[in-house]
Every structure is written in structure tokens, then in C-alpha cells.
Design a protein. Structure first.
Length: 190
């Protein structure tokens, strides 16, 4: 897709501006992060928001080699156009990987063209089996998104002991649902 078309594409969405993309920040198949992401999407839809969910499992498997550092990959560019550049707001869910966030999420973010971003607003949700809910990873992501001149919503939610909150059928824990609902209500108004 050429740069002129991308600018027109971007302008069309600036005028309409209605979409939230929820990103499950791991490429692990069947992850609990995806279950929390789907819960966030459901809550946002109940609030009347237009929502799309991006599971990083669905990224082109070779995107790190075929779509970064000046390389072009039509499938990857299409994902960026549909889920990142067209969105007004992003909800990024990140599992804890070695006290940070996943390499696939960092590589995905590295593929974003900063000139195509429109100062989008971002909410962050950490997911972990441990008790901190990936707070360190959320801090690191905040720095990355601030560098990209994106607006990070200050109420970050750590979801701890995620393996006890549900199953591959979804998240069933009422207190987790309530905390996410409260945060997403504020984010919708942000």
C-alpha cells in the first residue's frame, strides 16, 4: 500500500474515529491473556463501543524477518492498517515474560510506523500467574508508548493468578470482571 493511500486511509478514520482495538499481547495459542482480552472486548461492546480483537497468534509467522526494518509484508501491513492505524483507542494486554512483556509484542510494536499513529489513547492490562500482574511489564510498556507519543491511561490493571480466574472457556471471576469494567468505563470517557 503506498504512502499516499495510507494518508487518505488514516484521514478517513480520523474523521469517523469510533474504534477500539483490544490486543492479546502473546502468540501463545490458547493463552489466558486472550481470555482476558475477550472479556475486555465484551465489556467494551456492552458499553456501546465498536471493538476489534487482535490475537498476536494471528500475525504472519515470519513478520520479524519479512515486515520490519524497511521490509514489506502485505499481510502485516494490512493488520496494522485495520487494527492499529484505524483505531482511536487501544487496549493492550500483556502477559509477564521475564519481568517484562513478550518479545512478539515488542517486535509487533517495533513494526508500527510512528508517522501513521494519531496520538491514540492506550489502556494497559497486565496478566500473570504470579501476584504482581505484570506491573513491571506495564511500566516498561508505558515508556515505549510514551516514546511513540501515545497517551497511556493512568489506571493500569494487573490481573494476578490468572490461572485461577477461569479456563479456556473464559474468565469467570466476578472481582476481576468488576475491576476491568471500572477501568474500561474510565477509559471510554478518556
Amino acid at each position: 500500500m503506498n504512502q499516499q493511500f495510507r494518508v487518505i486511509f488514516k484521514q478517513n478514520f480520523v474523521d469517523n474515529g469510533i474504534m477500539v482495538t483490544v490486543i492479546s499481547g502473546t502468540n501463545r495459542k490458547g493463552s489466558m491473556t486472550l481470555q482476558v482480552a475477550l472479556l475486555c472486548a465484551k465489556i467494551l461492546k456492552e458499553k456501546g463501543e465498536e471493538v476489534k480483537v487482535l490475537d498476536l497468534f494471528d500475525l504472519p509467522h515470519d513478520f520479524v524477518f519479512s515486515a520490519l526494518y524497511g521490509n514489506k509484508n502485505a499481510a502485516f501491513d494490512s493488520i496494522l492498517d485495520e487494527y492499529i492505524y484505524a483505531a482511536d483507542k487501544l487496549v493492550v494486554l500483556s502477559p509477564e515474560y521475564n519481568g517484562g512483556f513478550s518479545g512478539v509484542l515488542k517486535a509487533f510494536i517495533d513494526g508500527w510506523n510512528p508517522r501513521m499513529l494519531r496520538n491514540q489513547k492506550i489502556a494497559l492490562v497486565g496478566v500473570a500467574s504470579g501476584r504482581s500482574g505484570n506491573l513491571r511489564g506495564l511500566d516498561y510498556m508505558t515508556n515505549v508508548f510514551h516514546y511513540l507519543r501515545l497517551h497511556v491511561y493512568p489506571d493500569k490493571v494487573p490481573v494476578s493468578a490468572v490461572h485461577t480466574l477461569g479456563s479456556d472457556e473464559g474468565i469467570h471471576d466476578a472481582s476481576t470482571k468488576k475491576v476491568l469494567d471500572n477501568m474500561l468505563s474510565g477509559f471510554v470517557a478518556y
